[in-house]
Design a binder for this molecule. Structure first.
Ligand SMILES: Cc1cc2nc3c(=O)[nH]c(=O)nc-3n(C[C@H](O)[C@H](O)[C@H](O)COP(=O)(O)OP(=O)(O)OC[C@H]3O[C@@H](n4cnc5c(N)ncnc54)[C@H](O)[C@@H]3O)c2cc1C
Length: 488
């Protein structure tokens, strides 16, 4: 589905041009919800303390809306670079920008850094083997501080708890200002459509953060969407996105006793596990259940699909989360009932955040396409080379034979991810990294994996820092110049 954002703004997004020429883009709400700008704040007495309370709005006459009052928002921080989202891409961006000498603020809604790596309990880093820079450094740290399994897989099978610690240590050491538990809910643009601030909500209330450059690493492209950038979602119609999955950690079985089912012993392990489940009346919604041994009898499991869930519909994500968690527990209960080696199998934890494969793909200055993958794109501004296959998880329960037939037949070769696909097309001062960069549905199904997200983040963070140093916008620099200037 292509979203023509300027058209949408009139329907869904409020933009107010204030006297100073600053554009405030609020949450993606209907224009009616902000009619209240002119309303006075109401003062009422707190019945308990007697203090004067200031209400922040009033109920509209039809009782269907809250009309918000105009208010001033405290500036909580000012840095040269602000990174929204502390997942694999955000870690790469924040570290690269900080190490290039920029002051960096990292905003993350979860209670830990790492995104799908940690809050999502992922445990496997794909397409990282040919990568240098921060990706290589992270693999080394995950291996060094992790288990025997992490060491024997060169850090690509990692422990999410170790990852949380390593990422915090690296970011703290680099001098990055980290704010957890804080969600971006709006942006502020100047009259030249340059992003100059973001708005967040947290236990500290609504806050504003100023920066010279912004990097959207929110996975879903929240910052760019709030800034009014055009974006695409899915393959063509509403919610035609890849399914969501909830990952889980398990324990209670001996690795040697269940070896044929452990992913690291070969791809036949998935078939073995599916067969075991189906022969015993367990029907997982994901037909390639993946069980990994992390260390000392702790495993990770992916075995469910939630179809047709929009990443921007909190009700739908809530329902998917509850369904997925129930399914994980039902499957584990079913396996435990088999007795024998499975008799003590239990769930250690399900992910706090259901795994979202697809959100917005923000329009950049280059659109990476399925043809680029088929042709093995070589680009003079390549920030990294991706080598992961086209991997579209079934879009519904019937599978995705049509997509597989059409695109997998064309094939894929190692291809470059060009710097301009990380630079927002519609506003200035904004870069993207990770799964929200500019690409089509098929290309996204390949480049989205975390071994590519980190180098994309590293490139975007470096570009942000260098463009501040040189007082130019990110789109005014070529990738070659950025690397050269970074060394000066
Ligand atoms: C179920 C599943 C299995 C996968 N399997 C693999 C695999 O085995 N190996 C692999 O390498 N890749 C895998 N992937 C793909 C990969 O995990 C993602 O594509 C990758 O994490 C993208 O990195 P990212 O940093 O762009 O996004 P994310 O990891 O999604 O990180 C985005 C971060 O931004 C934060 N955020 C979002 N919105 C806001 C906001 N408004 N304000 C503040 N913070 C915000 C989030 O909390 C999160 O921390 C899988 C994905 C899923 C969902």
């Amino acid at each position: 589905m292509t979203h023509n954002q300027p058209k949408r703004q009139s329907r869904r997004q409020f933009i107010k041009v204030a006297a100073g020429g600053v554009i405030i883009s609020s949450s993606l709400a209907s224009p009616d919800t902000v009619l209240a700008e002119a309303n006075e704040q109401t003062r009422v007495a707190n019945p308990v303390s007697g203090d004067v309370l200031r209400t922040q709005g009033r109920l509209s006459d039809d009782g269907l809306k809250i009309v918000e009052s105009q208010r001033e928002i405290q500036v909580a921080g000012k840095t040269e670079v602000l990174v929204c989202g502390g997942g694999p891409a955000g870690i790469g961006a924040a570290l690269a920008a900080a190490r290039a000498g920029a002051s960096v603020q990292l905003i993350e809604v979860a209670g830990c850094l790492g995104g799908v790596w940690t809050a999502g309990l992922l445990t496997k880093i794909l397409d990282a083997e040919n990568k240098s820079g921060i990706m290589k450094e992270l693999l080394q740290r995950f291996a060094k501080q992790g288990s025997n399994v992490a060491r024997s897989t060169n850090g690509t099978v990692y422990d999410p708890e170790i990852a949380k610690l390593v990422l915090e240590e690296l970011c703290v050491d680099a001098g990055i200002k980290i704010r957890l538990h804080t969600r971006l809910v709006g942006t502020v643009l100047d009259k030249n459509r340059r992003v100059i601030a973001i708005l967040t909500e947290s236990k500290s209330g609504r806050e504003a953060w100023l920066a010279e450059r912004f990097v959207d690493c929110s996975g879903d492209g929240d910052l760019a969407a709030h800034a009014g950038c055009q974006f695409d979602v899915g393959v063509g119609t509403d919610c035609s996105c890849q399914p969501m999955s909830m990952l889980a950690l398990l324990t209670g079985v001996e690795p040697d006793a269940i070896k044929p089912y452990i992913r690291e012993t070969g791809s036949v392990a998935k078939r073995n596990l599916l067969q075991l489940m189906e022969e015993n009346g367990i029907k997982p919604s994901y037909r390639a259940p993946t069980l990994r041994h992390l260390h000392s009898g702790i495993y990770s499991l992916m075995t469910n699909h939630e179809y047709g869930v929009s990443a921007f519909d909190a009700d739908a994500i809530t329902e998917a989360t509850i369904n997925a968690r129930r399914e994980v527990h039902e499957i584990i209960n079913g396996l435990r009932l088999l007795g024998s080696v499975w008799k003590d199998l239990s769930v250690v934890a399900t992910a706090e955040q259901i795994g979202v494969r697809e959100g917005r793909r923000i329009r950049g200055r280059y659109l990476l396409t399925a043809d680029d993958l088929a042709n093995g794109l070589r680009h003079e501004e390549a920030v990294c080379r991706a080598n992961f296959p086209i991997d579209v998880h079934a879009l519904d329960e019937s599978g995705n034979k049509e997509i597989s037939r059409k695109f997998k037949a064309k094939g894929k070769q190692p291809y470059d991810i060009p710097y301009p696909s990380l630079v927002a097309a519609d506003v200035d001062g904004l870069l993207m990294a990770g799964r929200c960069i500019s690409g089509d549905f098929i290309a996204h199904s390949s480049y989205r994996v975390t071994g590519n997200s980190v180098p994309m983040g590293e490139a975007a963070g470096l570009a942000a820092a260098v463009s501040v140093k040189k007082s130019v916008m990110p789109h005014e620099l070529k990738w070659g110049e950025i690397k050269a200037l970074a060394r000066l």
